[in-house]
Design a binder for this molecule. Sequence first.
Ligand SMILES: Cc1cc2nc3c(=O)[nH]c(=O)nc-3n(C[C@H](O)[C@H](O)[C@H](O)COP(=O)(O)OP(=O)(O)OC[C@H]3O[C@@H](n4cnc5c(N)ncnc54)[C@H](O)[C@@H]3O)c2cc1C
Length: 117
Amino acid sequence: MGDGKVVTGILIQDKLTEKNKVYEIQGLFIAIGHQPNTDMFKPVILTDELGYIITKPFSTVTNIDGVFCCGDAQDKIFRQAVTAAGAGCMTALEAERYFVANQDRLVSQDTALMPLN
Ligand SMILES: Cc1cc2nc3c(=O)[nH]c(=O)nc-3n(C[C@H](O)[C@H](O)[C@H](O)COP(=O)(O)OP(=O)(O)OC[C@H]3O[C@@H](n4cnc5c(N)ncnc54)[C@H](O)[C@@H]3O)c2cc1C
């Protein structure tokens, strides 16, 4: 609820009694919840009962060859920026090693990698 400029109140409904109550407030923090946004992957990538993408222990490898996962889509324990970034680094390294190991299969001669220097 608001006056067109700022929030002025909130209407809460008790889930059990379905009774409504209005609280006057001047500020609001919205919790976005803990449900990982992984629905689009569920048809192909294995997730656990809470929707987190399952990876091999101590790895970012998923059940799909060449697909790696890290961060809040995969981590239900820490869910912190620093752990997501660290796991992102693991993912980059594992993806790079995967790419190097499968280079012949993945890269056609037309799109061969050019040296960076
Ligand atoms: C309110 C709040 C406070 C937090 N405070 C802290 C804190 O103080 N310290 C801390 O360490 N961590 C904190 N965290 C946790 C931290 O933000 C996360 O752990 C971290 O951002 C996870 O990184 P991620 O890359 O896995 O996911 P995200 O940062 O969520 O990145 C996912 C990205 O994917 C994009 N995306 C989603 N769906 C699609 C799609 N279909 N197509 C393309 N892109 C898509 C999103 O827009 C987003 O940019 C906080 C989180 C919240 C919500």
